[in-house]
Design a protein around this ligand. Structure first.
Ligand code: ADP
Ligand code: ZN
Length: 430
């Protein structure tokens, strides 16, 4: 049941002891990084000042801006000749940032991913296909090495070319697939067009992540493809995939506390939130050589699920990501997350899972419209369309507290992205 039984089933006490030990090492090691050495000097801190996990709060946060300002190698805590790989974020929200790895970092990362894959039931005998982009995007090599570490036959199919992707699934008897959620839906559509019933393939397990998605979308993917789908969370700054992953309970993602110290803060006051409340995820790496990060502000919003998980792992569980603090739409003073829109849309089986939120300014008035593709079957029935439009708008208004304009559009008419789905097009002129 556990790949690393001793570590995965550590008691709370055991986890904290290990964290303190590793934190101490990390803080000393950080003195080799020009960035952290300066930071510690600036704040008149020394590693010895941190005597308990609680003292961690005395260390200032590290932000994406710090990474950018120290581009490319200013954060490194080892000489460059000790590093063996460089990754950079896909830069969804600005300039890319660089993350360096030593061989030991890569080994630890592969172990973390292998642990996650084993946790959802994958074994050596599985055939694992990865539809992530390879190259700089960490979902490619991250899953590749993790799956190989577990001993699975691993197919680096890479992103795009859906027909080839499907051919691999059927020809090789792929049993497990990693895909971003928007791509999983796309695969299903193309399979149907090809006259292939996904249930006739050997595919049983899907790992979905890299972008926010709702519980409803997971259910839909599971039903469409006849699989179990597990949420996978990671980011380049923390290596990539393998940071937090759902267990067979499918109720929150265990974040590996032997690798990371987890804090959830209020992004405005920067103080810790109360137990179980939503806030920004802040992570400290405690097993990294090339580029340790202290109190890194991920900008991802989530909460720690209360209570113990029946699977026996005491590593805390993160709730499904609500989005990033910088994804939040502020419309007429109301805060809106795209995932709220998605949760409503997914309730209607008449709608496909491709949607776009468009923000525009009209006569100095900010407006939001939601464009969503219809499943083919329903496009002809006019009175049904009218009823649908009304009902969806009503539910969106209840959820968002503003009334968006709803446009039901023909299947295939919204842009499809090869990578992470783009859900918001902000054309407001301010
Ligand atoms: P970029 O930051 O340029 O998009 P990354 O590939 O490092 O590049 O993306 C990491 C981000 O992707 C995370 O910070 C988070 O916002 C998002 N993400 C990753 N996995 C998930 C997931 N399972 N659910 C929601 N969002 C996710
Ligand atoms: Zn669990």
């Amino acid at each position: 049941m556990y790949l690393h039984a001793a570590l995965e089933t550590l008691s709370r006490n055991g986890i904290e002891k290990l964290q303190m030990e590793r934190l101490r090492k990390t803080l000393n090691h950080c003195q080799n990084s020009p960035f952290y050495r300066n930071r510690f000097e600036e704040y008149k801190l020394s590693p010895e000042d941190i005597k308990t996990l609680d003292d961690l709060k005395r260390i200032p946060f590290t932000t994406k801006t710090d990474l950018r300002n120290n581009y490319p190698f200013g954060m490194a805590a080892v000489p460059l000749d000790k590093t063996v790989r460089l990754h950079s974020s896909s830069g969804t929200t600005g300039n890319p940032t660089v993350v360096l790895h030593t061989q030991q970092d890569l080994d630890q990362w592969a172990e973390a991913v292998a642990r996650c894959l084993y946790m959802v039931g994958l074994r050596k005998s599985d055939i694992f296909q990865n539809s992530s982009g390879y190259g700089m995007f960490t979902g490619g090599l991250g899953f590749q090495y993790g799956a190989e570490r577990l001993g699975m036959l691993t197919v680096p199919a890479a992103a795009g070319n859906t027909l080839r992707q499907i051919k691999f699934i059927t020809d090789f008897g792929t049993t497990a697939l990693h895909a971003i959620p928007s791509y999983a839906s796309r695969l299903y559509e193309v399979m149907l067009q090809q006259g292939i019933d996904p249930r006739d393939t050997k595919l049983r397990t899907l790992l979905i992540g890299a972008e926010p998605h709702s519980e409803a979308q997971r259910k839909r993917i599971e039903e469409m493809l006849g699989v179990k789908a597990y949420n996978s969370f990671g980011m380049s700054e923390m290596c990539g995939p393998g940071v937090a992953f759902e267990c067979p309970e499918q109720n929150g993602m265990h974040i590996w506390e032997d690798y990371y110290i987890v804090e959830i803060i209020n992004p405005d006051t920067l103080e810790p939130v109360a137990d179980g409340e939503i806030g920004e995820l802040v992570l400290t790496t405690i097993n990294r050589e090339a580029m340790p990060l202290l109190r890194y502000r991920t900008r991802d919003l989530t909460r720690i699920l209360p209570g113990a998980c029946p699977c026996g792992r005491n590593h805390v569980r993160l709730d499904r990501m609500k989005g990033r603090s910088d994804d939040m739409i502020i419309l007429k003073g109301v805060n809106i997350f795209p995932i709220q829109v998605e949760t409503i849309l997914m309730k209607f089986e008449e709608l496909s899972s491709n949607y776009l939120i468009v923000l525009s300014t009209n006569n100095n008035n900010d407006e939001m419209s939601v464009e969503v593709e219809l499943e083919e079957l329903f496009t002809d029935d006019y009175s049904k369309l009218q009823w649908l439009t009304k009902e969806i708008t009503r539910q969106l208004k209840d959820e968002l507290l503003v009334t968006p304009k709803l446009k039901l559009v023909k299947k295939g008419s919204l842009p499809k992205s090869e990578g992470k789905a783009v859900r918001v097009n902000d054309m407001r002129n301010h």
